[in-house]
Design a binder for this molecule. Sequence first.
Ligand code: ADP
Ligand code: ADP
Length: 226
Amino acid sequence: RGLIEVRDFSLRYETLEGAVEAVSDVAVTVSPGEFVSIIGPSGCGKSTLLNALAGFLKPTAGRVSVDGEPVSGPSAERGMIFQQYSLFPWKTVRENVEFGLKMKGIPRGERQRQARTLLGLAGLTPFENHYPDRLSGGMKQRVGIVRALATGPRILLLDEPFGALDAQTRLIMQQILTNMWQRLKISVLFVTHDIDEAIFLSDRIYVMTARPGTIKAEVAIPLPRP
Ligand code: ADP
Ligand code: ADP
């Protein structure tokens, strides 16, 4: 059984101009420790599906569950990363990463230790006392990923996280994400419209059709991992 299970999922937005059927009858499974991507044209409902998994949107029909439990709202066990990094500008890199740990009531020394370990894994140690406005886009996104991982989620949901980055920074970020995924043994659901990126990163890829998005194909990528 999957850690993430989406069954018969549909979502319709109600707008002043009428209903918009964004996603129609989708089934997706992600096993523990698996890296799965969803690709499809712009507007096919990838973000909508991810937002439902994050607990920000409710399905119009069907089920979205994690570990057999229906998703009823956001949770620290599901970290979400958006294309727009949303760091606290008045906090340093390390304070940004420690934020979620502070919310969980983890004592200061332990918090700092955990944050430093993760910052080291992402190559951010030299930047731990910097403020976000001094960082490049790639660096900010790196901090965002570390921050989402700090509270120890089992699942990481990423919505076109590298879409705004230049090609070289993108490669570095892909490597860092792969690294974190392997070390922390988390499950990843990654949304992109870049098929090369999906092939490079994933164990398995779902291909969606244009809106209303539905799954058109499912491809396993039997790549050996380093
Ligand atoms: P993707 O992530 O694949 O680009 P989205 O999930 O963002 O697709 O959007 C799917 C469809 O739903 C699009 O046609 C989009 O315009 C529409 N949509 C997204 N959000 C809303 C909203 N809040 N209200 C109405 N329509 C929306
Ligand atoms: P993406 O393709 O990366 O999902 P979009 O540009 O489609 O981004 O959407 C950006 C934001 O605008 C999202 O929060 C989405 O919900 C909202 N949105 C998209 N389409 C519509 C729409 N037709 N009506 C209202 N909100 C929309």
